[in-house]
Design a protein around this ligand. Structure first.
Ligand SMILES: [Ca+2]
Length: 423
């Protein structure tokens, strides 16, 4: 099976028309699965999609990120998947893109250049991308000869329906309060199910740490804590194991005093504190790749809920004021930590909460630079620093991106850094 972006995938000229015809048959079913999946992940609200008989089905696409101020508007890309029927044998999808640009230089589909045909003054691109089981991301990128900013458009395809049967609950887990959730009996953590997937990790809009991007395959589904571990949970662990709990208080300005409530996320914990808790609970810390996929669902969007930043009066996460967007991050109503799960509208595609903001979260991996080669179930190579993810109450909104990486000495502990568990 080919992976998206695999160098063996079709390139300009090489047998493309036949593959397009066959792949197109798959596309409609996939696109419909996308619609269903996006509808489910957005709380039932139908996505802005139209599909009349015989017409192309336009995938719901996030708005492109703004280009850098020094670069003018680039080409525009419209990604379409034709509606032709159902075919399940071939794990490939036809990608048809319409590109509007006066002086087009190159169009890339998942990083590979594709042939462009100009009809009626508009460039049309058709190619196929092999897709693995689970979720995959189709990404079309175009550049013009003036080198102006490429516009990247994405669609996420799922071969498996959202109501795919869950594997049997492993020992220690019991059914949770909602579909596709479970409760870990030892510590009461509510977990959400994240299915196996292939996705593009990192972002072209990220700092150097989150590049180069790579295709990551997660071969096994996993359970992830719906929220961060709380003070109440961590104190029970300390009582059971004879540990001294860390301080739940700090002075943000040297004279006032903040005390986190028992339903706030634990902080002032080292990486070892987090790992010890997880082991005590019969759980583990998520890997960095697991964390990123659970947060973004492979959609390429900046935040767990999508690309749109919160507007005035809207609470999607607990972050710091974000003057770069002209947004009042303090609208979240929490100057420091907030009770876990306080921002249900900021849920990830799998229903996890507070992945962006509240407290940063230790993950299992050591920090290591990304490698452009595809990776399967990656773990950071042993290093000096452990990774933490997601941003916190002290992080500007824009920096609470699903791809944003941070790392610290494993002994580091601070009032912005906690963790969540996985199984
Ligand atoms: Ca968090």
């Amino acid at each position: 099976m080919l992976l998206a972006g695999d160098p063996a995938a079709p390139t300009p000229g090489g047998g493309r028309p036949a593959l397009v015809v066959v792949g197109a048959v798959v596309a409609a079913a996939l696109a419909l699965a996308v619609v269903a999946w996006l509808a489910a992940s957005s709380g039932g609200a139908p996505p802005p999609t139209s599909a009349g008989p015989g017409s192309a089905l336009t995938l719901p696409l996030p708005p492109p990120p703004p280009p850098p101020a020094t670069v003018g508007a680039g080409p525009e890309v419209e990604l379409r998947a034709p509606e032709d029927g159902l075919e399940t044998e071939l794990p490939a999808v036809a990608v048809a893109a319409v590109v509007s640009a006066t002086d087009l230089e190159v169009v890339l589909v998942n990083g590979a250049p594709v042939a462009v045909a100009v009809r009626d003054g508009v460039a049309h691109v058709e190619t196929t991308v092999a897709v693995p089981l689970g979720s995959t991301t189709i990404e079309v990128e175009a550049r013009d000869r003036a080198g102006r900013a490429a516009v990247v458009r994405r669609a996420v395809l799922r071969l498996a329906p959202e109501d795919e049967p869950l594997p049997p609950l492993p020992p220690g887990l019991v059914p949770g309060p909602a579909p596709r959730t479970a409760i870990n009996e030892r510590d009461g953590t509510v977990l959400v199910w994240v299915p196996p997937a292939t996705f593009r990790m990192g972002s072209p809009f990220a700092s150097d740490d989150a590049r180069p991007r790579r295709d990551v395959r997660l071969t096994r589904g996993y359970w992830l804590g719906r929220t961060e571990v709380t003070w109440a949970q961590f104190r029970r662990f300390c009582e059971a194991t004879g540990r001294t709990p860390p301080a739940a208080t700090f002075s943000p300005d040297g004279w006032s005093r903040f005390e986190a409530g028992p339903d706030h996320p634990v902080f002032n914990v080292s990486w070892a504190d987090a790992a010890d808790y997880a082991a005590w609970a019969g759980l583990r810390l998520p890997t960095e790749a697991e964390w990123e996929y659970a947060a973004g669902g492979g959609r390429g969007a900046r935040f767990p809920w999508g690309d749109r930043p919160p507007v005035f009066g809207e609470a999607l996460l607990n972050a710091a004021p974000s003057l770069d967007l002209g947004l009042p991050g303090a609208d979240d109503g929490a100057p420091y930590t907030a009770p876990v799960g306080s921002f249900p509208d900021g849920a990830s595609p799998f229903g996890a909460l507070d992945l962006a903001g509240n407290v940063d979260e230790w993950v299992d991996d050591w920090f290591a630079p990304y490698d452009a080669r595809p990776a399967t179930d990656p773990r950071g190579a042993r290093g000096a620093r452990r990774v933490y993810r997601g941003g916190s109450w002290a992080t500007p909104v824009r920096e609470c991106a699903v791809w944003a990486r941070a790392s610290a000495n494993p002994e580091y502990a601070n009032a912005h850094l906690g963790f969540r568990v996985a199984r």
